[in-house]
Design a binder for this molecule. Structure first.
Ligand code: SF4
Length: 442
């Protein structure tokens, strides 16, 4: 009997990449490959890259070196957003055998045997327009929660963003297929699904109408969540992130009365200055954002709301930044993800004048992170002594298990692994200095 081929996978970047790596890993397993940890000797390494996080290039090179060290005779394949944007650059990294673009990455198994031994990696990456069909992906087995991709690509053109160039036009799964995937995930015993997409609120845009069927109205995100709310087996759905202009009153009102959609929204703001929002080519002004938060608070006072903000965008003066600070301080939101602006090739923003010095960008980042920490702590404090349902997860600390409440408060409790993947009621007792609740089962 021959020894099975082995494969190892490494993901850089977002939940979408994570769900796609997971699906590609299952394709390898279906072909008879055994999965090993990245860093262990394997026959094939697949590195799924990101173009949004800083140092995409450095992180990719580091992963390639790790793979080479573990097995110098392996085949190393690089896929993902960075691979679509800079295929030639990646193919010159010593050790890379194959670079696949956005339209080719799900066919990786067909290309592996074509790898030839030359000094330079083989590139199979076309124009991003070729990535025009939706390929389903979801994760399970790696975490307690499953990330389910329901939408891909983006038709917006924010001036700082390379995602449309890396992932193509907006396109979505059909509701029928999402429901099928949800049943598969539920059959594996998963209790929580996080709906993911590049521009999730744009769900329905670009969904192909199956030939021979009568054209029907394109589904909207609200239709998807209404259908999901009826499914059996999954106890919680979380919406990963949604653009403020697409977060309708209907969606908010539906989530507030749903038993399955949890009270947690993550809504990109990017700047609290209307002038900067216009330069960023965002599709809303701060007044719209404020209104969305007020709508949420009317029906869900304990909903957790997270905000993405970019600091140091070209042209952001001290006054603009101060506007953002004041706007965020008075806004009833609970945490921020703060990004320091960094130039991306082939974007409008990278050619803009009035570049903010890196030192100032970093100082602004720290100011917002401090405000975020205070807001998060104040939000956590409101739940002190309350009993909440928590989905229990593994923790690195052997003595504890951890978990999140539906409104995204992190807790830890002394417990055993047999509690993992159970939804249990716990009492939130002491807020630790690291910002996690010590809790006990009730
Ligand atoms: S909405 Fe803007 S920032 Fe988000 S993926 Fe689309 S272009 Fe990029």
């Amino acid at each position: 009997m021959s020894t099975p081929q082995t494969a190892a996978f490494h993901t850089l970047g977002c939940k979408l990449n994570f769900s796609e790596t997971s699906s590609i890993r299952r394709m390898f397993e279906d072909k008879g490959y055994a999965t090993v940890n990245f860093g262990e000797p394997a026959n094939v390494y697949v590195i799924n890259t990101c173009s949004v996080t800083d140092f995409a290039d450095r992180k990719c090179r580091y992963a390639v070196r790790q793979a080479q060290k573990a097995n110098p005779d392996s085949k190393i394949v690089v896929i993902g957003c960075y691979a679509q944007l800079k295929p030639e650059e990646i193919s010159n990294i010593p050790g890379v055998d194959l670079v696949l673009g956005a339209a080719q990455k799900f066919n990786v198994l067909n290309y592996i045997d074509q790898i030839t031994t030359t000094d330079k990696g083989m590139v199979i990456a076309g124009e991003v327009e070729e990535a025009n069909s939706f390929v389903e992906s979801f994760s399970f087995g790696d975490r307690t929660r499953s990330f389910l991709k329901v939408q891909d690509g983006c038709n917006y053109n924010c001036s700082f963003c390379t995602i449309p160039q890396a992932r193509g036009k907006s396109r979505s799964d059909t509701i029928e297929n999402v429901l099928k995937n949800v049943r598969t995930i539920a059959d594996k015993g998963v209790k929580e699904i996080v709906l993911t997409g590049v521009n999730l609120g744009d769900f329905g845009n670009g969904t192909e109408v199956i030939e021979g069927t009568k054209p029907k109205k394109e589904a909207l995100f609200i239709d998807l969540i209404e259908a999901l709310d009826q499914t059996e087996g999954i106890e919680r759905f979380r919406i990963s992130s949604i653009e403020p202009n697409l977060l309708t009153k209907e969606i908010i009102s539906f989530v507030s009365s749903s038993q399955k959609f949890v009270p947690h929204f993550h809504i990109p703001l990017q700047s609290g200055s209307n002038e900067i929002l216009k330069l960023m080519r965002r599709r809303y002004l701060r007044e719209l954002y404020q209104e969305r938060i007020e709508w949420i608070r009317e029906t869900m006072p304990d909903c957790c709301v997270g905000v993405d903000v970019i600091v140091g965008f070209p042209g952001e003066t001290d006054e603009h930044f101060q506007e953002t600070v004041e706007f965020l301080k008075q806004l009833d939101v609970n945490y921020f993800h703060v990004f320091t602006y960094s130039e991306r090739a082939n974007t409008l923003a990278s050619e803009m004048k009035d570049v903010v010095p890196m030192k100032t960008r970093k100082e602004r980042n720290e100011i917002l992170r401090n405000i975020s920490a205070m807001k998060k702590r104040a939000f956590y404090r409101q739940s002190e002594g309350k009993v909440k349902r928590v989905l229990i997860e593994h923790s690195k600390d052997q003595e504890y298990v951890t978990g999140f409440t539906s409104n995204y408060i992190k807790v830890k409790l002394k417990g055993v692994d047999s509690l993992v993947n159970e939804l249990r009621s716990v009492k939130l007792e002491t807020l630790t200095p690291e910002g996690i609740y010590e809790a006990s089962l009730v």
